[in-house]
Design a protein around this ligand. Structure first.
Ligand code: SF4
Ligand code: SF4
Length: 104
């Protein structure tokens, strides 16, 4: 949605963890170079556990214009994240952005 193209706050707020089986080397889609190992079968988007957090795949300026460099290949947490959710509002608040309007 267009709000997200002017935001990107969630890509620079949460740890983004998912199964190693979503990575390219396991016949998934997420490029191996953009993930770091966590433990067991869990991996994390590179940059999301740095401080301040920012996913290595995020391009642009938060709150102005952003894009996901691997949008077609992004992992499941990113596909499932809901714009307009409470989590979305928390991420936006941390970046000084107001919650999305109820109608998106
Ligand atoms: S924080 Fe919400 S509005 Fe911003 S990019 Fe994420 S889902 Fe979209
Ligand atoms: S992979 Fe893309 S959608 Fe997911 S956190 Fe990184 S920049 Fe955001």
């Amino acid at each position: 949605m267009s709000d997200c193209l002017r935001c990107g706050a969630c890509c620079a707020h949460f740890r983004v963890d998912f199964s190693v089986y979503e990575t390219a080397s396991y016949c998934g889609s997420v490029p191996d170079g953009l993930v770091v190992e966590v433990a067991g079968a869990t991996v994390r988007m590179r940059g999301t556990d740095h401080w301040p957090p920012r996913c290595a795949a995020l391009t642009g300026t938060i709150g102005e214009r952003v894009a996901c460099a691997i949008y077609e290949w992004r992992p499941s947490p990113c596909r499932e994240f809901e714009a307009g959710s409470d989590a979305c509002a928390r991420a936006r608040a941390r970046h000084g952005l107001p919650a999305l309007a109820a109608d998106g």
